[in-house]
Design a protein around this ligand. Sequence first.
Ligand code: DX5
Ligand code: ZN
Length: 213
Amino acid sequence: MNDLIISASVLSADFLHLETDLRNVAAAGSDWLHLDIMDGHFVPNLSFGMPLIKAMGKLNLCPLDVHLMVSDPDMYLPACQEAGAKLVTAHVEACAHLHRFLGKCRQMGMQAGVAMNPSTSPEFLPYIAETVDFVLIMSVNPGFSGQRFIPSALDKIQRVRELMPSAVRIGVDGGVNEQWAPRCREAGADTLIAASAIFGSDDYSAAIARLRV
Ligand code: DX5
Ligand code: ZN
């Protein structure tokens, strides 16, 4: 199995003291920073945009994992590249031409990820297996942090592990906490994304350690 990666989702960081909070979470051992981009259209919320992502990139703390919850993911690729993103993930539900999108990410020097909503079947994955680096299983309906983990994500993780080559990373995003983390790992996830479970704690190191199972 791939090594475990913990990616702290900045959506629940302290926006009034963002730099300090990001430095603290990186020092506490977060492997990546997960940046949720929303457009108020694909999801009913707005988060932060590309200028802030570029600013976070300049801090050079951890690899940036950008999660595009937007209706037109292609439009954001140049800015992700400029911000130095390591990985860009778009939703299959938003991509009319997913295969092309993934190829474009790689051509631009970034890893290519695909995310799917809780109601989406993973059976499309074999058709893009050669062009994808990361599969993100949403365990909540996207748009907000602090929601409850939807348990059917566990079966989906297992199915995705069966469908994909072992080098493809499998992430889970939404409601991941110390209760669900071991079950996600058992099912085959190697990348755990968490906002509330980390930023909601007084001790980021301890919170991250509790997710490392
Ligand atoms: C939800 C976002 C998540 C969110 C996770 O749409 O994609 O990354 O920040 O938040 P928690 O871990 O609180 O569910
Ligand atoms: Zn996310």
